[in-house]
Design a protein around this ligand. Structure first.
Ligand SMILES: [Zn+2]
Length: 376
């Protein structure tokens, strides 16, 4: 964090020229009160679910939440497109310049073509039954072929509990050398499924009337069961990590190292769905790269990185503001492979410029009163 005696110089498009000392900056220097930060990177969102804002009751638990999304997501297309546009506007106003977006259909295509925000599109393949693997894979490829000409894209596994072995084999070649996201250990039942084939996921499959007799539990945690299937990926984005344990992080370090792995926190979504909070201190102690995401409006009250930071601050008041801003900016840009342009104030980058008016980095209480103004 630079001191107040520095001046940020940019051109009229917001491209960074240099940072100089006040004495060398010449005239017409604009003085601002607060903190200047590069634009925010929202590493996990589902823009296509924006029309579900306020629809699903809070604190039902993940299994009922997922079931509600699957059964209630269908609306008139016009309503969905309208909600997508509003949600993107909300992100722009909240200083977000790039999004890792789960795109399982083409409803967001039109909005993304306007290129107001940079996207990394994660097209999720899902299907627990081995018999539907081929069909689900082809449908993901169809979406991939249409989104990849507009912005970065990869075909990724939805979650450990929703991708069969057969489907994993099919998608593997399509995430080679790409960023791959996966919903990881979002609920305690995920580990239970892989350890002993019990818990709420068994109940969900029952609700969905699936015959799961093919499934044999590995006897290991969810992450330790699937993680090495991602060895082809250039970068792994583990999303949620609400119930990740030290043994899992140790496993990641041993199998891959943590340089090309990011741990995405979506704390407001965890609060919305089941009032849970990920083990952030444990991830910090292990030197993990932490990034932030809002998840979708189906499970959040807003699409705002500052709202995520405020919630983290309430539960972990000792984490410095500076560190959380790093998660929301440069760490996120690295995770989405957009750090050539975004995430930091460096010459020739165009990262977006956000003023957090009234923020004092020494005083975490000021997080809750600061006013966000997007300058570029
Ligand atoms: Zn999600």
């Amino acid at each position: 964090m630079l001191s107040a005696s520095n001046v940020l110089i940019c051109d009229e498009q917001g491209t960074i020229q240099q940072i100089v000392d006040e004495g060398e900056a010449g005239e017409n220097v604009q003085k601002l009160k607060g903190v200047l930060t590069p634009g925010f990177i929202n590493c996990h969102c589902h823009l296509e679910l924006s029309h579900m804002r306020g629809l699903i009751p809070e604190k039902t638990g993940l299994v009922d939440f997922v079931f509600s999304v699957v059964t209630q997501r269908h609306f008139r297309e016009e309503e969905i497109l309208n909600a997508i546009e509003l949600a993107e506007n909300e992100m722009l106003q909240n200083g977000i310049v790039a999004v890792g977006d789960i795109s399982n259909n083409l409803l967001t295509l039109q909005q993304k073509q306007q290129r107001k925000i940079r996207y990394y599109n994660f097209i999720e393949a899902s299907g627990w039954l081995p018999t539907i693997a081929q069909q689900r894979f082809e449908s993901s490829l169809y979406t991939y072929d249409r989104l990849s000409p507009i912005s970065s894209a990869s075909v990724v596994p939805h979650a450990p509990y929703s991708v069969s072995d057969q489907l994993w084999q099919l998608i593997k070649p399509f995430y080679q050398n790409k960023v791959v996201s996966i919903h990881n250990q979002e609920t305690v039942f995920e580990d239970e499924l892989f350890l002993q084939n019990s818990g709420d996921f068994a109940r969900m499959y029952e609700m969905m009337k699936l015959d799961t007799s093919f499934f044999k539990p590995s006897g290991k945690s969810s992450l330790q069961t699937y993680f090495n299937r991602l060895s082809n990926a250039a970068h792994v984005l583990l999303v949620h990590n609400t119930f990740i344990k030290q043994e899992d992080v140790t496993f990641v370090k041993k199998e891959r190292g943590i340089e090309d792995v990011s741990f995405c926190l979506c704390v407001n979504a965890n609060q919305y769905i089941e009032q849970a909070m990920p083990p952030i201190d444990m991830l910090r102690r292990n030197g993990c790269r932490i990034v932030l995401g809002t998840d979708s409006l189906a499970s959040n009250w807003s699409l705002s990185m500052m709202d995520e930071i405020k919630t983290i601050n309430k539960h972990f008041p000792d984490i410095p503001i500076e560190e959380m801003l790093t998660w929301a900016t440069s760490n996120g840009a690295k995770a989405l492979q957009m750090d050539d342009q975004l995430g930091s104030f460096e010459k020739d980058k165009q990262p977006g410029i956000v003023l957090l008016e009234g923020l004092d980095v020494e005083e975490t209480a000021s997080l809750h009163t600061a006013v966000l103004k997007r300058l570029f």
